[in-house]
Design a protein around this ligand. Structure first.
Ligand SMILES: NC(=O)c1ccc[n+]([C@@H]2O[C@H](COP(=O)([O-])OP(=O)(O)OC[C@H]3O[C@@H](n4cnc5c(N)ncnc54)[C@H](O)[C@@H]3O)[C@@H](O)[C@H]2O)c1
Length: 374
């Protein structure tokens, strides 16, 4: 006897994240056995032929070259937006107008105004809305949140975080869409994951001062050298509402860094260190240890840690990038099933866009910005 109910899922985008969400929707049943089971109903990309090929590849029943058709289809009951940021607002508003729950990849909107409009539409619709900040869902980062929340490292005094990669470190790498538009630069595109992480781990940020720059101002284009119009790197100092200080660094030209989503949290009783390049480990320093045993200890994730066991019974065997997306799918489906909001909502996505906007204002005005005024 079937114990689960089905929901028709429509995914927009068949690239890097479209595939990740398609795999997650196929795998979430076997991994988590949710009460609400996804049915991979329809996928949309920019062409009918391309979408049909993705549907065959990813196991979707139907496909379309027009996202509007997907959103309007009665058998598509929830929408996953995995297309570039410039498309997010229009798709989300169309889905909410029809009362359909939406999962939207980060960054929520291209800018703060778009994110605010998306949040308003989400709240007016009364349906589930979720933003795709996946890195904070690793078992190790969930454990870090538990340790902080339990007060095990005491009061946080300092948060140091980064999201650094090197995919544009070589100035000979040709220009692409990533080199234009604020929403595609280091601050607009990479910073959101770590800004969300900082908020989740250390609480709201009330003020910041930022510096942002383009390191390689020209790159080869199809017709010769082309101007790069967005930023390669940036950093900011901030104050959390708790009083803690913070320093955050974002870069797509950080030579050697492949997935440098990393943080160190200093507390009055202990400290935590994490690096996504070693995502199955959390480093914990406990000030209560006897003097000759003090030091950062490597905790290798295993079945005793959040969301690890459904993937693997063996401690230390590890989870990976795709597993974060499966955890997101579980949480999205659970929220739809129960009608309960799921963190991070569009409000959390909007707050990240607010910090990005504050950073740009600070960098151009060379001054501290009170985030509440943005
Ligand atoms: N959470 C993460 O780890 C992560 C990683 C990478 C990208 N992203 C985000 O995911 C989103 C997609 O990025 P990506 O790397 O998958 O891009 P991509 O270029 O690999 O794929 C984009 C897909 O969207 C489709 N698309 C573009 N415009 C469309 C339209 N108007 N209608 C229908 N389909 C359309 C394209 O056909 C393509 O299949 C972006 O918002 C990006 O910031 C998130």
């Amino acid at each position: 006897m079937a114990h689960s109910r089905q929901i028709g899922i429509g995914i927009i985008g068949g690239g890097y994240m479209g595939k990740a969400h398609a795999v997650a929707m196929q795998a979430v049943g076997p991994v988590f056995d949710p009460k609400l089971r996804p049915r991979c109903e329809m996928i949309a990309t920019t062409s009918a032929a391309g979408a049909a090929d993705k549907a065959r590849h990813f196991g979707f029943l139907r496909s379309t070259g027009d996202w509007r058709e997907l959103v309007a289809d009665p058998k598509v009951e929830a929408v996953v937006i995995a297309s570039p940021q410039g498309t997010h607002q229009e798709i989300a508003l169309a889905a909410f107008a029809l009362g359909k729950p939406v999962f939207c990849e980060k960054p929520l909107g291209r800018n703060l105004a778009e994110s605010r409009a998306m949040l308003a539409a989400a709240e007016a619709s009364g349906v589930v809305h979720m933003t795709g900040f996946n890195y904070i869902r690793t078992p190790a980062s969930q454990l870090a949140r538990q340790i902080v929340a339990a007060g095990e490292i005491g009061e946080i005094t300092y948060f140091r975080g980064e999201h650094t990669e090197d995919f544009l470190a070589d100035p000979a790498t040709p220009v692409s869409w990533r080199c234009h538009g604020r929403a595609h630069g280091a601050m607009g595109d990479l910073a959101p994951h770590m800004l969300n992480g900082a908020l989740a781990l250390a609480g709201p940020i009330h003020a910041l001062i930022a510096d942002i720059e383009t390191v390689h101002r020209q790159r080869p284009g199809p017709d010769g050298p082309e101007e790069v119009t967005n930023d390669d790197q940036g950093h900011l100092l901030c104050r959390f509402e708790s009083g803690a200080m913070g320093a955050l660094h974002f870069s797509r030209v950080a030579t050697g860094r492949k997935m440098g989503y990393a943080y160190e949290i200093t507390g009055t009783k202990g400290a935590i260190r994490f690096d996504q390049e070693d995502q199955n480990a959390l480093w914990l320093y406990q000030g209560s240890a006897r003097a000759d045993r003090q030091g950062f200890t490597k905790i290798l994730t295993g079945p005793d840690h959040p969301d690890y066991l459904p993937f693997c019974q063996g401690p230390g065997h590890g989870t990976g990038y795709q597993d974060q997306i499966i955890i997101e799918a579980r949480d999205f489906l659970h929220a739809i099933e129960t009608g309960q909001p799921v963190w991070p909502t569009f409000a959390d996505g909007m707050r990240v866009n607010q910090l990005v906007e504050a950073a740009f204002r600070s960098a151009s005005g060379q001054c501290w910005i009170d985030v509440a005024t943005v």
